[in-house]
Design a protein around this ligand. Structure first.
Ligand SMILES: NC(=O)c1ccc[n+]([C@@H]2O[C@H](COP(=O)([O-])OP(=O)(O)OC[C@H]3O[C@@H](n4cnc5c(N)ncnc54)[C@H](O)[C@@H]3O)[C@@H](O)[C@H]2O)c1
Length: 275
């Protein structure tokens, strides 16, 4: 018996990276899973693998920033499973060659990042919420934000704005759907071992494992996060175990936000142990 037996879950960006970890976790817990992604090959490969293992899984292909695609991906999910209980708005982008200050940011870059990372969550929620509400109280929406929604690094104004927007959108949706018994929460991952981060690490050149280890060392827990770390938080937020939580966010970041602005001085301060 799984915790999500009989429930239907739609995960955007579910083919790779963090989203794939979330899809696998819900599948293990008995849910029917819709993998909504632009990457047809990866989405269909994962759906076929899960289906071969007895999971009710579909790949639904589209771009979350397109209203028509968003509407169709929700419709295909409901047609396949007859219901929708949980929406995970995970799809997000920050291409490696799109690091600019505001004055150098092409308008198309701003529009694309805000379009996928923020408008995509709005559109998927807009079309999914009527179906989630139709199941009665107990539905859940989980929006992928980032530690960058709360704190900032240089050179990613569009991404930072999109993730701050996700936290704000999450609060607002939580208020608007609380009386329907639908909870809306966000997750702020630290640096995770995903395709996105591996692509950024490769772009630095040099030894990939060493670069990933350096990214991991920025976190007090001393390692990169894994898709499974985010998947566990997502299962929790989607389940009745978090039934009094709405409108907030979980930092799943190895302590990254806790160290705040002192991160850069962590190596220069001598801490004395003992009396
Ligand atoms: N990796 C990290 O360190 C990190 C940290 C904080 C937040 N996040 C957030 O977590 C989420 C997942 O990131 P990831 O690292 O797994 O990324 P990833 O690039 O590894 O995977 C993203 C997935 O989303 C899909 N996708 C991209 N654009 C899409 C679109 N327009 N419509 C539908 N699907 C689309 C991709 O095909 C891919 O399957 C993103 O919202 C990202 O901003 C990631």
């Amino acid at each position: 018996m799984g915790e999500f037996d009989g429930r239907a879950v739609l995960v955007t960006g579910g083919a790779l990276g963090i989203g794939q970890g979330i899809v696998r976790a819900f599948a293990r817990e008995g849910a029917s899973v819709a993998i909504a992604d632009v990457d047809r090959a990866a989405a269909e490969r994962l759906a076929a693998e899960l289906a071969a293992g007895g999971v009710r899984a579909i790949a639904t292909i589209g771009d979350v920033s397109s209203s028509g695609d968003a509407q169709r991906m929700v419709a295909e999910t409901v047609t396949a499973f007859g219901r929708l209980d949980v929406l995970v708005n995970n799809a997000g982008i920050q291409p490696v060659d799109w690091y600019f200050r505001v004055e150098d940011t092409p308008e198309e870059v701003w529009d694309r990042i805000l379009g996928v990372n923020l408008k995509g969550q709005f559109l998927m929620s807009k079309y999914a919420l009527p179906h989630i509400r139709a199941q009665g109280p107990g539905g859940s929406v989980i929006n992928m934000a980032s530690v960058q929604g709360v704190q900032s690094m240089p050179g990613v104004p569009s991404y930072a704005a999109s993730k701050g927007g996700v936290l704000s959108l999450t609060r607002n949706m939580a208020l608007d759907y609380a009386r329907d018994g639908i909870r809306v929460n966000a997750i702020c991952p630290g640096t995770m071992d995903s395709e996105m981060v591996r692509t950024a690490a490769r772009a630095e050149g040099g030894d990939l494992d060493a670069t990933l280890a350096r990214y991991g060392a920025f976190h007090p827990l001393g390692r990169l996060g894994l898709p499974e770390d985010i998947a566990q938080a997502t299962l929790f937020l989607a389940s009745d175990r978090s039934s009094f939580m709405t409108g907030g966010y979980l930092a799943v970041d190895g302590g990254f936000l806790a160290q705040g602005a002192w991160a850069s001085s962590a190596g220069s301060t001598q801490i004395h142990e003992g009396a």
